[in-house]
Design a protein around this ligand. Structure first.
Ligand SMILES: *Cc1c(COP(=O)(O)O)cnc(C)c1O
Length: 332
């Protein structure tokens, strides 16, 4: 039994777990199942809403009427926060990394449609965004408002609960479908999904090992970030787990040129999965992680998913990120 903290029911749960049936990797027999977290809700689709169920409950517990958060211009997390803020009657102030684009599309369009206040922070000042957020909190306070700051991706000790709870859901899924998967695969960007899956699979005794494919930073970054967040989580919620003994396996090699920049192989794979399965991935997160998973499976015993017979890929969402990058597709 796990004692969850206060949680708002914001996501459409449980999400389906469905097998791929027509997509084939030459020479690979492993079954691939998809945990469909791209259907956690239309406007709030993706993984961030699972975390926000806990972060926004925290905001309301703390009596906040405003939420400040941050991310890239096409941040899925910022969009989910903007939508939820409008639904819950919270003011949302987003700090977005980079220059204001001429045209607002994809997630940014939705941020504006949901009435979020947006401040663009130039690339060379981004390292100071948390201090900027702290000053903003003071400024809200001086006007009688109370603002909670949620860090990038809601990846902190509170948001960690999102994918711990998802592991409880996965345990039910596995029982229902009679699965004993060897691996749980995810993209990792700010680390909270990976961290939650690692802790949750331990708490709920899932058979699968977690393999995360980084789409930013490096394996050593996620190693440090996850141990820090898990330590804070233990302290805040009085939980028992050895954060030094966590099995953190981040698979490098699929980040490509940079965060948010994908090569033609990623766009080709997204189109192939669309054609064969009617399943859409995004070029920033899921496309790269799926490409990484396929490549490692194809290496067999020499790869990072040795002995794989059943693999669960967590579709963490990101579909609105397809539109700002439509020109990456060969037919466009
Ligand atoms: C944020 C995000 C991720 C990465 O999750 P983190 O918890 O930030 O590591 C993966 N996929 C999509 C679509 C995302 O928006």
């Amino acid at each position: 039994m796990v004692n969850y903290p206060r949680r708002l029911q914001l996501a459409r749960l449980p999400t389906p777990l469905t097998p791929l049936t027509r997509f084939k990797i030459p020479g690979v027999d492993a079954e691939i199942w998809i945990k469909r977290d791209e259907v956690t809700g239309t406007e709030v689709s993706g993984n961030k809403i699972r975390k926000l169920e806990f972060n926004l409950a925290d905001a309301s517990e703390q009596g906040c009427n405003t939420v400040i958060t941050c991310g890239g211009i096409q941040s899925n997390h910022c969009r989910a926060t903007a939508v939820m803020g409008a639904r819950l009657g919270l003011k949302v102030h987003l700090l977005l990394r980079g220059e204001e684009p001429e045209v607002s599309t994809g997630n940014l369009l939705m941020d504006y449609l949901c009435g979020a206040e947006v401040t663009f922070i130039p690339e060379n000042e981004w390292s100071g965004h948390a201090e900027y957020a702290a000053r903003l909190q003071d400024s809200y306070a001086s006007h009688g408002d109370r603002a909670l700051f949620i860090p990038i991706g809601a990846s902190d000790e509170v948001g960690l609960w999102g994918y711990i709870a998802a592991c409880e859901e996965l345990k039910e899924d596995f029982a229902q479908h009679g699965l004993t998967p060897d691996y749980l695969v995810t993209a990792t960007g700010s680390g909270g999904t990976q961290a939650g899956l690692i802790v949750g699979s331990q708490l709920f005794d899932l058979p699968a090992e977690v393999r995360a494919f980084n789409v930013s930073d490096s394996a050593s970054y996620f190693d440090r970030k996850i141990r820090e967040d898990v330590l804070l989580w233990k302290q805040r919620y009085n939980m028992e787990i050895d954060e030094k003994a966590l099995d953190i396996q981040t698979v490098e090699g699929y980040l490509g040129e940079a965060y948010g920049v994908a090569g033609p192989e990623i766009f080709d794979l997204i189109a192939e999965l669309g054609r064969t399965e009617g399943l859409l991935l995004d070029p920033v997160y899921t496309g790269k992680a799926f490409y990484g998973m396929v490549s490692e499976l194809a290496k067999g015993e020499a790869g990072r998913l040795p002995g794989a017979r059943q693999v669960v890929f967590v579709h963490t969402g990101g579909l609105f990120g397809l539109f700002p990058q439509q020109h990456g597709f060969a037919f466009n």
